[in-house]
Design a protein around this ligand. Structure first.
Ligand code: SF4
Ligand code: SF4
Length: 433
């Protein structure tokens, strides 16, 4: 269904029916009932193809509307907004049939105090309190940093006790690549972590990266999850919409008088040419906006029948409407051609999430993939403050090392990412005062 086909619905009737909770703003927004559901592996729960990525949720009316139109999978986490995401969920779910909603929250084992069983149970209890619910459907290990953490004894003990108390139903884990943590940097691939969890046998749901620019890892994981009947939920399904913004921010950096070294300049010049070629294709096929390519990217992930729900970050009604409209739609020939065109012309400027293959080649042990991800937060997701704060906290060498290096890492990237220039660019973005 196209966005233009949506019904514009006044929220007045919804308020009159008592559906909008007190304090939730009464906005007039589009509505579309989602009717495409998939079974989330062994949980047996029928989840909406489009889930609600609540990482930046702070507007209860957006979530309320999402639940109204049939989105029934919410992906949150203890540390999203320092509890703000869960607290916002708590403002909304009491007005809906709890049994019809699947809520996944996550606890991070990698930051703060040693995660003992009692501490984990106490942290999880606070998650439930914030969400004003008696139970979570799924508890995940957040950003599982290593295969060892898949078998984290205290976490499993805590989960077992919480489950027998009826406070949680299913176990899950997420991974999107390396992160600096109390364990340092653990250069383990996303696929190795999730595949280890699948073999472990205790995990019911997984959350990981899959998109049209990085099919291989994701497809390997999806097929293992299918074999083990594990629920497949996805993040970072849209690697597009990075590029124009990238151009803008490099230009802004230049205007601020910051260094644009020769190789960075060369990369940007080449990038402009490739962008022009990509635009040619768009013009020829009547593609007017990058959002159309983003939609094709999400349809691509949903075209895999073994994917159960994708969880784009939804912060406002525009995003909600755009993503909800994708449920039940099919990947078209023109979608496929658009994505091919994008991959050919611009794919080399995307450092694949959760990759890290080139890192062992770096003599300075710079965490390339992690820094590129922070830059993705900065550049593509416009989470500048968070990205800069994460970068500032790195205790390992950062991308300043790349300015005086011949870029040996590049020879180890089979996607031909111009690593050195992109790392310098990341440093410019992330180290601004
Ligand atoms: S630069 Fe290439 S090899 Fe290195 S992490 Fe990114 S995609 Fe992987
Ligand atoms: S450019 Fe040099 S210092 Fe920077 S990541 Fe590559 S090898 Fe390491």
């Amino acid at each position: 269904m196209k966005r233009r086909d949506f019904l514009k619905t006044s929220a007045t009737g919804i308020c009159a029916a008592g559906i909008i909770p007190a304090g939730i703003t009464n906005k007039t927004e589009t509505r579309q009932k989602i009717e495409s559901f998939r079974t989330l592996g062994r949980t047996g729960f029928k989840v909406s193809e489009i889930g609600f990525g609540a990482g930046f949720l702070n507007d209860p009316s957006v979530l309320n509307r999402a639940l109204e139109i049939g989105i029934n999978y919410i992906d949150t986490g203890e540390h999203y907004g320092n509890g703000q995401s869960e607290a916002t969920i708590g403002e909304v779910i009491g007005r809906h049939d709890r049994k019809k909603i699947f809520i996944t929250t996550k606890l991070n084992l990698s930051f703060g105090e040693e995660p003992t069983k009692d501490r984990l149970k106490s942290r999880f209890t606070k998650c439930l309190e914030r969400m004003k619910t008696d139970y979570a459907d799924c508890l995940m290990i957040h950003m599982t940093p290593d295969i060892i953490q898949v078998k984290h004894e205290d976490f499993h003990e805590a989960f077992k006790e919480l489950k027998s108390d009826g406070k949680v139903r299913f176990l899950g884990l997420s991974n999107h690549g390396t992160e600096q943590s109390i364990y340092g940097f653990t250069p383990v691939k996303m696929e190795d972590v999730i595949l280890a969890a699948a073999e472990d046998g205790r995990f019911d749901v997984a959350l990981f990266v899959y998109n049209f620019l990085q099919k291989e890892q994701g497809e390997k994981i999806i097929s293992k999850c299918k074999e083990k009947n594990i629920g497949v939920t996805l993040m970072k399904t849209n690697p597009v919409l990075v590029y124009e913004r990238r151009m803008e921010s490099i230009e802004q950096a230049r205007q601020r008088g910051r260094d644009a070294s020769e190789s960075l300049q060369k990369m940007m010049d080449e990038y402009k040419n490739r962008l022009a070629e990509a635009d040619e294709f768009k013009k020829k096929h009547g593609i007017k906006t990058n959002e159309e390519i983003r939609d094709a990217a999400i349809r691509f992930t949903l075209s895999n029948p073994d994917v159960h729900t994708v969880c784009p970050t939804i912060q406002n009604f525009d995003e909600l409407n755009a993503f909800a409209a994708l449920a039940g739609t099919k990947l078209s020939d023109i979608d496929e051609s658009s994505l091919d065109n994008y991959s050919t012309n611009l794919g080399k400027y995307y450092c694949r999430h959760a990759c890290g293959e080139c890192e062992p080649a770096c003599p300075k042990r710079v965490p390339i993939n992690t820094i590129m991800r922070y830059n993705h937060y900065f550049d593509s997701q416009q989470r500048e403050k968070q990205a800069m704060s994460k970068y500032a906290k790195l205790t390992f060498n950062n991308a300043s090392e790349c300015f005086d290096c011949d870029g040996v890492c590049e020879r180890n990237c089979r996607h031909n990412v111009p690593v050195r220039a992109m790392m310098m660019y990341a440093h410019q973005n992330l180290s601004l005062g």
